[in-house]
Write a protein that binds this ligand. Structure first.
Ligand code: UDP
Length: 387
């Protein structure tokens, strides 16, 4: 049963919900109930120690915290220390392994050249000009070709993107690819952000710290649908589940991508040499594989065995866990209709996070948005208290 005077209900114990619950409890001094239909907190950041090998695994694929937003780094650092880990990704194409994202090493390996840093920009620009149509790139394919030229696009982007989204890159928006930098040096960091790292004692410990305030009650294994009829009318609901589900699929389902992981314990100290190995070719059915022990080099070799999880992307069907919104104009317009419906019919429900906002958000942007929303809630609460 829900307390009759409950003022704040957070649906989803992931990063967005966790930040909001923590702020409401710590900065407003209000009680907050957090529910999650899964059996654990942490949302898709969930990590756990494999009992057989002692290796920390990420249940929903590798999550590396990285940000360029000072207040986000300051905020998350209150709940965990971060290791100095910097994420390194490799990609395999036609039986050869290259550093990812595209940089000087990948370009030289791919073309069999020995370009110097001062030559690579001009080289890439000539390659791009030879194959780009000119004008503003209208989709992912045009954007990628304008950034790296057609041969590198065909090798490293086209197949991977098809597997990830099951759409032709010509049908996808250009901004998905701007997530990947193109570099003219031998820096092989996947992210360029100044602050990066892994929670020293794992994500589970970080989330435990986030939810530690005694004003926060967390109930896992409880779905929103089970309590939706009993929520006190004055309660603000901060909802980070799927937007279309919240609205009872009134206008039909939004399109999502889901992931499936096949996890193996392998008899090697090191199976792939880095935390994430992408598979660029469509003939290989998985998009990438995660070797979790590389996320914590400070823990040493961690035994003679390793854990590798292969990641498969597929359309999200009823009952699947949605991961990525598919950002096409049709889905964006459907999403807009759902937001309008919500504002009209359920004004106390505020959707957000990756699923509630139907946005492709990194972890740091999720924290940033939650901190912004909290300021709105705080202003509203002080207005209501004065009234
Ligand atoms: N991408 C690609 N080849 C790669 C890695 C990424 O084409 O080797 C493209 C692909 O379209 C993908 C997007 O870049 O959806 C973003 O990839 P990222 O690894 O940043 O996304 P994540 O799935 O980790 O959020």
């Amino acid at each position: 049963m829900l307390p009759r005077d409950l003022k704040y209900l957070v649906v989803g114990a992931g990063l967005w919900g966790g930040v909001l619950a923590e702020r409401i409890a710590s900065a407003l001094g209000e009680r907050v109930l957090v529910i999650d239909r899964r059996a654990h907190t942490g949302g898709n950041c969930r990590s756990f120690i494999d009992p057989d090998t002692g290796i920390e695994c990420h249940a929903y694929g590798t999550h590396v915290f990285h940000t360029a937003i000072p207040r986000v780094w300051e905020y998350v650092s209150r709940f965990t220390r971060f290791t100095p880990y910097r994420h390194k990704v490799l990609t395999e194409h036609r039986g050869r392994v290259y550093p990812m994202p595209v940089g000087l090493a990948a370009v030289n390996m791919f073309y069999g050249l020995n370009l110097r840093p001062y030559e690579v920009d001009g080289f890439i620009r000539r390659e791009a000009a030879a194959s780009a149509g000119g004008g503003e790139p209208a989709n992912l394919e045009e954007k990628a070709v304008s950034l790296v030229g057609r041969p590198l696009y065909e090798a490293f982007i086209k197949g991977y993107t098809r597997k990830q989204w099951e759409k032709d890159p010509g049908e996808l928006p250009p901004d998905i690819i701007t997530r990947l930098p193109v570099r003219a040096d031998y820096n092989t960091d996947y992210f360029s952000d100044p602050w990066q790292g892994m929670p020293e004692r794992g994500y589970a410990a970080m989330f435990d710290a986030l939810f530690r305030n005694p004003l926060i009650e967390v109930r896992t294994g409880l779905a929103y649908a089970d309590i939706a009829g009993n929520i006190p009318p004055a309660c603000t609901v901060l909802y980070s589940g799927p937007l279309d589900e919240l609205c009872g699929y009134a206008f039909g389902a939004l399109e999502w991508r889901a992931l499936r992981f096949e996890r193996d314990i392998l008899p090697y100290r090191d199976a792939q040499g880095t935390a994430v190995l992408n598979q660029a070719d469509v003939e290989i059915p998985w998009t990438r594989s995660h070797e979790f022990k590389h996320l914590h080099p400070e823990r040493g070799p961690q035994g003679n065995r390793t854990i590798v999880a292969r990641e498969y992307s597929h359309a999200c069907l009823k009952g699947d866990e949605p991961y990525y919104p598919v950002n096409t104009p049709e889905n964006q317009s459907l999403q807009g209709r759902y937001r309008a419906l919500l504002a009209e019919k359920m004004p106390r429900v505020v959707p957000g996070g990756r699923l509630g906002g139907y946005r492709y958000l990194d972890m740091d942007k999720t924290v940033d948005e939650a901190l912004d929303l909290f300021e709105t809630l705080r202003a509203r609460a002080s207005g209501e208290n004065c009234a």
